[in-house]
Design a protein around this ligand. Structure first.
Ligand SMILES: [Mn+2]
Length: 336
């Protein structure tokens, strides 16, 4: 393992650096990656950001986005950069599996790897890491990294914008229990660096298409199933519904949270029939472990209050498995 001083020495000469994150990156994954990208440019390096998949249009406004290479379209370019990289920085994931179609190449790559992340159970592929499952977002840890590097003064408007995007994404705009006084202090520092926070909220949350908003309305009116006996709820979405409302990558983001607005619901799922798999988003209130539930039934994981998983099979069978899980967790759900 490297110490921070060894890393500083390594970064004291210009390096070719590949930054990557998990498949289907969210605001924390892309915000963290692009913050690191802008930081490394300021340090005189040659960074490139590789996304293992496409990602929501709602993130395309982020500063630095036009240079991002996304698989599968940019696979050849990405592999060339991977071969030439002297350092690989892995952000917002700690397990190769989370990079899906980039995983094999990433595993084989010989350059040393840094991991900065806040998910449980790291696989341990890194030579240096900043890992803290209590952090509200990886973006918070990128700030820690810049602090350890002695480079907080390098934070400019672009870096601040990217870090703020990560923090609001994973903290539910500062409402989840993982937000600390320190997170607010970091945001104060980002505002000092030129952050226009209202602009970030507008770009992240108020850029729906009419179809997308009507899709949310349809899901809440017609698809929401409330299960008071379990203090739970779920919404399941078919392929036909996604097609009818022209819902593309990233456009179901945020839908799962509406079920938790019900006062007596402590656990909610969004279950979507995707191209190859049924995908689940799970959200909870209080101490109910959404990540444990995701791991037990849906080969997934994540955080205590926000987790995800998948199911190989039919949508209705995924729903049945969710209901079976609720039955098994009934005592805990009722104790919440
Ligand atoms: Mn994250």
């Amino acid at each position: 393992m490297w110490t921070i001083d060894e890393l500083k020495t390594f970064l004291s000469t210009p390096r070719k650096i590949l930054i990557t994150t998990h498949s289907k990156p969210d605001g924390d994954a892309m915000g963290s990656s692009l913050a690191m990208f802008h930081y490394l440019i300021k340090k005189g390096h040659e960074p490139v950001v590789v996304s293992p998949s496409d990602y929501g249009v709602y993130l395309h406004w982020l500063p630095g986005n036009p240079g991002v290479l996304a698989l599968p379209v940019d696979k050849e370019k990405a592999l060339k950069h991977l071969n030439e990289a002297e350092l690989i920085i892995c952000l917002d994931f700690n397990n190769y599996k989370r990079t899906e179609y980039f995983a094999d190449a990433l595993k084989k790559a010989t350059a040393p790897k840094i991991m900065i992340d806040h998910h449980l159970d790291p696989e341990g592929f890194d030579i240096f890491h900043i890992w803290n499952p209590d952090a509200c977002a990886t973006a918070e840890l990128i700030y820690d990294f810049m602090e350890q590097m002695g480079d907080l003064s390098l934070i400019d408007k672009d870096i601040a914008t990217c870090l703020y995007t990560g923090i609001i994404t994973d903290s539910g705009s500062f409402r989840y229990p993982n937000v600390t006084a320190r997170v607010h202090r970091i945001v104060a520092a980002l505002m000092d660096a030129g952050l226009q926070h209202s602009h970030v909220h507008d770009m992240m949350f108020d850029t729906f298409t009419e179809k997308r908003l009507r899709f949310f309305g349809m899901c809440i009116k017609d698809k929401l199933v409330v299960l008071p006996e379990y203090r739970a709820a779920y919404i399941s979405v078919t392929k036909a519904e996604l097609k009818e409302y022209e819902i593309v990558t990233g456009e179901t983001e945020g839908l799962v949270n509406y079920s938790l607005m019900l006062s007596d619901v402590v656990f909610a799922a969004l279950i979507i029939d995707r191209e190859h798999l049924v995908k689940l988003s799970l959200r909870s209130k209080g101490d109910f472990p959404a990540n444990e539930f995701a791991g037990k039934y849906f080969e997934g994981g994540g955080h205590l209050n926000a987790a995800g998983g998948s199911y190989k099979g039919k949508l209705e069978d995924a729903v049945a498995l969710y209901l079976k899980g609720l039955e098994e967790y009934k005592p805990l759900l009722l104790a919440m």
